[in-house]
Design a protein around this ligand. Structure first.
Ligand SMILES: [Zn+2]
Ligand SMILES: [Zn+2]
Length: 314
C-alpha cells in the first residue's frame, strides 16, 4: 500500500441517472370521459350544479365549492392564451377555453414562442392517431381569426377510460462529491482503488469519506488500496429478480480489501456449479478483482472478484 501525495488530477463530477417508475393512473369517472372523448376531438368539461363553475378537464369534484354534482359539457376547442413558459421540452401554456372559468394547463405546439401574446386566440391541435390519452389533444396553436364559440350540453358521451398505463421518467445527475469523485476517477483512469486513512484510529476507509464514523474526526491521507482482499461474508444467490446485473447462480459478498477496515459489497464469479454447491467459497477465501473492459468510473468496472489461492474449485 502506498500513500498518494496530494489529490487526484481530476475528479469525476456526477453520474447520469434515471429514475423510471411504471404505474397505472386511475382517471376517475369525469376525467375518464374527458380522456375518452378526445379521440372524437371533443373536449369535455364539467359545470358544477351548485356554483356553475365550468372547468376542463372534467372533474368529479368542483375545485371551487367542493360540490360533487355536475353536468358534462362540450367545451369549444378555442380560447385565449393567458400565460406561457418556454422550456427545452416545449411551451407550457394556460389556456382559458371559451365559456370556461378555470384555465386549462397544456402546451403551445406550433409557431414561434416570440409571437405569443397574452389574450391571443388559440385553437386545438389534434393528434392524427388518437391513443386514448391526454396527448390526443396535442396542444394549441395561434389562431388570430378564431371566433368565440359557446359551451354545449354533452348529451351521450363515450365510456370513460378508467385506467392509463403511465411511466414517470426522471433524468437527473447524481453529484459524487469530492470523495466518491476521486475514487471513481481513479477506478476509471488508472484502475486504482483509493481510500482515506483516519488519523485517529488509523483505519483505511473504502469508499473514501470525509469523516471516520468510528472516531467522528475528519479523515486524513489518501491511500492506494490493492484490488485483493478477503471474503468476510457471502451468500449464493439462486433466484432471479428485477434489476439483477448477472444471471444466477452467483455469490454476493462482503469483501475486506487488504489493508482496509471497511467492507465492500460485490460479487464473486468465475465459479463452477460444483464449486458453488460444495461451499468452497467461504468467509476467509482470498479474492482479487477482475476488471472489466468497460471504463464507466464505478464499482461495476470490476466485473466480479475471483477466488485466489483458496480451495481448489475450478
Ligand atoms: Zn362548484
Ligand atoms: Zn477513526
Amino acid at each position: 500500500m502506498t500513500t498518494t501525495a496530494g489529490l487526484p488530477r481530476e475528479v469525476m463530477g456526477a453520474m447520469d441517472a434515471r429514475l423510471s417508475m411504471p404505474y397505472t393512473l386511475t382517471a376517475g369517472a369525469a376525467t375518464g370521459v374527458f380522456l375518452a372523448e378526445l379521440a372524437q376531438q371533443r373536449i369535455v368539461g364539467t359545470r358544477c350544479s351548485a356554483c356553475e363553475t365550468i372547468r376542463v378537464p372534467a372533474q368529479d369534484f368542483c375545485g371551487d365549492c367542493g360540490g360533487d354534482a355536475h353536468d358534462l359539457v362540450i367545451v369549444p376547442p378555442s380560447g385565449d392564451l393567458l400565460a406561457w413558459t418556454v422550456t427545452d421540452q416545449g411551451t407550457v401554456a394556460l389556456v382559458l377555453l371559451d365559456g370556461t372559468d378555470i384555465p386549462f394547463l397544456h402546451q403551445v405546439v406550433e409557431g414561434d414562442p416570440a409571437a405569443l401574446s397574452m389574450g391571443a386566440r388559440v385553437t386545438a391541435v389534434w393528434a392524427a392517431e388518437p391513443q386514448g390519452a391526454v396527448m390526443d389533444l396535442m396542444g394549441f396553436a395561434l389562431a388570430p381569426s378564431e371566433p368565440v364559440h359557446a359551451v354545449e350540453e354533452a348529451g351521450e358521451t363515450a365510456t370513460p377510460i378508467e385506467q392509463l398505463n403511465y411511466q414517470m421518467v426522471l433524468d437527473y445527475q447524481h453529484a459524487y462529491g469530492h470523495f466518491y469523485g476521486s475514487l471513481f476517477d481513479g477506478i476509471k483512469n488508472d484502475r486504482r482503488i483509493r481510500g482515506v486513512r483516519c488519523p485517529s484510529c488509523r483505519n483505511v476507509l473504502v469508499p473514501p469519506r470525509a469523516y471516520c464514523e468510528a472516531c467522528f474526526v475528519r479523515t486524513g491521507d489518501w491511500v492506494d488500496v490493492p484490488d485483493t482482499g478477503v471474503l468476510q461474508a457471502c451468500s449464493v444467490v439462486h433466484i432471479e429478480f428485477i434489476g439483477q446485473r448477472v444471471p444466477p447462480p452467483y455469490v454476493y459478498a462482503e469483501i475486506v480489501l487488504d489493508g482496509t477496515s471497511t467492507r465492500l459489497i460485490h460479487t464473486v464469479g468465475g465459479l463452477s456449479a460444483e464449486a458453488l454447491r460444495s461451499g468452497s467459497v467461504h468467509p476467509g477465501s482470498r479474492v482479487q478483482a477482475v476488471w472489466s473492459d468497460r471504463r464507466t468510473g464505478s464499482l461495476s468496472d470490476i466485473d466480479f472478484f475471483k477466488v485466489i489461492d483458496g480451495p481448489a474449485d475450478e
